[in-house]
Design a protein around this ligand. Structure first.
Ligand code: C2E
Ligand code: CA
Ligand code: CA
Length: 630
């Protein structure tokens, strides 16, 4: 359940309080009423007043049926109406018969109070008027001939006045209760509106309301012939800050950033309208600024520059400087596009280019970026076609034990045979598959085919090693992924311990409980988990202990530097290996290309290795030529 759903559910819970109160009141009063009416009714029917007795028993019977119907249907208003009618009948009976030893009038008071209080204000008023009318008719008009007891005029008048007073008191109580609930309801709706349209951390409009605002601004600009600038801002090392200082601190950073952002752009009075419609927080550490009336692109880049200035010399939070900066993408209406959604997308893409070209800078959307975009779209289409036409295949890269150089595991790597993806490797198309979501189908396809291959190798080649499967970081936010894996393991009847799932370290968000929970579930299936490309992400080493990982894969960029002159670089492989040992993880070195590298890895005690020195990724028929049965 999302945060918003939760709030909505809570809201409904509060609003249902008056319903529940009235429901219980109705239930309780009917039960008490039945318990009272039955013995009195039986007593009267067998004794002095059979009319009163019969009436009391029928009221009890109708009350009982009403109670059951209420339980079954939950229709409280109907139950309250029936109960009110029973109470009116009781009042009439009691006044006509005078009740037991002429105590009828006394019993009328609680009945009237109950009758009013089980209803809402408006019905309460109607009922109060009904009671007053019925009583006046019975006491002060020729209808008094129905009465079996006689009341003096003074008695009747005193009774009427007290009934009216009681009615008014109950109604006043009901009125204030009704009003209190109305206020609560209203406040809740306000809250819900705030949650629906505004980000509750920074108070800025959220993605949803921003889109509505942007639509309006673009229509306005179209009418008035104006140009709009859009800045897409993404904090560069926010993940690191979150990892190091925790989420609460991260929240504080976002709050302060949003305030400073507003401070830094508001001086462009001509360009900025009001805070509410020009700024928004789209998600996590992503913010946007709309400049609703710019003369040229330079206006927009001037604001982008100003925002970047904010980070000069570090970002000061709580008196401490933090290394925070931002990447900004800028797109302009109508120069780059006339569509509001494209404007946002273009600015977003330009922001990614800013990130790629070293961060802490801004990039204007331009033709080069637009062409890249086209290429991206071609790849997207190619991927979808490949999935539809079964144009994927796997290649197999053996992993060797450093000591005896036997094959201990085989990593499967994806290849795409669709003509439009010729020349592209998974490094290019996997990230695109991730942004479009198609990766989920691809991952499942890869797991199926990898397990199928493993079963074959075990049967036909007496292979005893593992199969290593790369899965996208996207899966770590899919709560159903572990079930899917479990179902596939069952289908292929593969022992889970022979399956290793490789997840790139960058997919881990430290302290992200949901992601940890999914990893835990996977680990509990019995499969092993390898942290791929280790050392390239920002994992604080102290976080390592929290991951249910079994293996570290040293990224090949470190292995390539083993004999580099730069000591800091050349030591990384050994440091990561030692770290793995410290946490009792198996260590695999990737990208081993020379015998010297292998000797070094053996010397430092690295467990397994893979790379072109041993073997390139092999097509199926070439894999089968290797000796796999050791
Ligand atoms: P990775 O998991 O780090 O895979 C290793 C990559 O390094 C492979 O590239 C492999 O060909 C290359 N490599 C291995 N040894 C050497 C070496 O000695 N020298 C050099 N220069 N390269 C070496 P590939 O196949 O292009 O895969 C790139 C990345 O794409 C993989 O990195 C992995 O992150 C991703 N990927 C590949 N297949 C899949 C898949 O089936 N599913 C998912 N989700 N991702 C995949
Ligand atoms: Ca891998
Ligand atoms: Ca890797």
């Amino acid at each position: 359940m999302s945060y918003r759903d939760e709030i909505l559910a809570e809201g409904q819970g509060d609003l249902s309080v008056p319903y529940r109160r009235r429901y219980r009141l109705c239930q309780m009063l009917t039960v008490v009423g039945i318990l009272f009416l039955l013995p009195f009714g039986i007593y009267n029917i067998t004794g002095e007043d059979s009319v009163l007795g019969a009436s009391l028993i029928s009221c009890a019977a109708v009350g009982f049926v009403n109670l059951i119907v209420l339980k079954l249907s939950g229709d409280l208003d109907r139950a309250a109406t029936v109960l009110s009618c029973i109470l009116i009948a009781l009042v009439i009976t009691l006044i006509i018969t005078g009740g037991l030893s002429n105590t009828g009038l006394l019993w009328v008071y609680p009945i009237i109070a109950i009758g009013i209080l089980i209803n809402r204000f408006k019905r309460g008023v109607v009922l109060c008027i009904a009671f007053t009318l019925i009583i006046s008719l019975l006491l002060f008009t020729p209808f008094d001939s129905f009465l079996t007891t006689k009341y003096s005029f003074t008695e009747s008048s005193r009774f009427m006045v007290s009934v009216a007073a009681l009615g008014i008191i109950c109604l006043v109580g009901l009125y204030f209760e009704d009003r209190a609930y109305k206020v609560i309801t209203q406040l809740h709706q306000e809250d819900l509106r705030q949650i629906a349209y505004y980000d509750n951390l920074t108070g800025l409009p959220n993605r949803w309301s921003f889109k509505t605002n942007l639509d309006k601004i673009v229509s306005w600009a179209a009418r008035e012939n104006k140009a709009i600038g859009l800045l897409y801002i993404d904090l560069d090392n926010f993940k690191q800050i979150n990892d190091q200082h925790g989420h609460e601190f991260g929240d504080e950073v976002l709050r302060q950033f949003s305030e400073k952002l507003w401070e830094s752009i508001r001086s462009h009075e001509r360009l900025v309208k009001s805070q509410r419609e020009t700024l928004a927080r789209l998600a996590g550490d992503e913010f946007v600024v709309v400049l609703p009336d710019i003369d040229s692109r330079t206006d927009a880049t001037a604001v982008a520059n100003r925002v970047l200035q904010m980070f000069k010399g570090g970002f000061n939070i709580g008196g401490v400087h933090h290394n925070l900066c931002a990447s900004i993408g800028v797109a302009v209406y109508p120069g780059d596009t006339k569509e509001p959604t494209d404007l946002l997308r273009h600015a977003d893409i330009a922001m990614y280019y800013a990130k790629r070209s070293g961060r802490n800078c801004y990039k204007l959307f331009n033709t080069e970026i637009a062409n890249d975009q086209l290429e991206q779209q071609t790849i997207e289409k190619g991927l979808q076609a490949a999935l539809n036409n079964n144009e994927f295949s796997l290649v197999y890269m053996p992993i060797y034990d450093c000591e005896d150089e036997n094959i201990v595991s085989i990593e499967v790597l994806l290849r795409c045979l669709n003509p439009s993806l010729k020349g592209y490797g998974p490094d290019t198309y996997i990230p695109i598959a991730e942004t479009t979501g198609i990766i989920k189908e691809i991952d499942i396809w890869v797991i199926q085919n990898a397990l199928d291959a493993l079963v074959y190798l075990q049967k036909e080649h007496a292979y005893k090693g593992k199969i290593a499967i790369n899965i996208s970081g996207v899966e770590l936010s899919d709560t159903r992924f572990p079930e899917k894996v479990s179902a596939l393991l069952n289908r292929y009847a593969v022992s889970p311990e022979l399956v290793e799932l490789e997840v790139t370290e960058t997919a881990f968000v430290a302290g992200d409980e949901a992601c940890l929970a999914i990893l835990d579930k996977l680990s509990k299936l019995g499969v092993s988990i390898a942290l791929d490309d280790f050392g390239t992400g920002y994992t604080a080493f102290s976080q390592l202990i929290h991951y249910p990982a079994d293996c570290l894969k040293i990224d090949r960029s470190f292995v390539a530097e083993i004999f580099s002159d730069n000591r800091a670089q050349s030591q990384m492989t050994e440091i990561i290996n030692n770290l793995g040992k410290l946490y009792q993880l198996r260590v695999i070195a990737e990208g081993v290309e020379t015998e010297e590298q292998l000797d070094y890895l053996r010397k430092i005690g690295c467990d397994w290795a893979q790379g072109f020195y041993f073997s390139r990724p092999l097509v199926w028929s070439d894999l089968l030529k290797l000796s796999l049965s050791a």
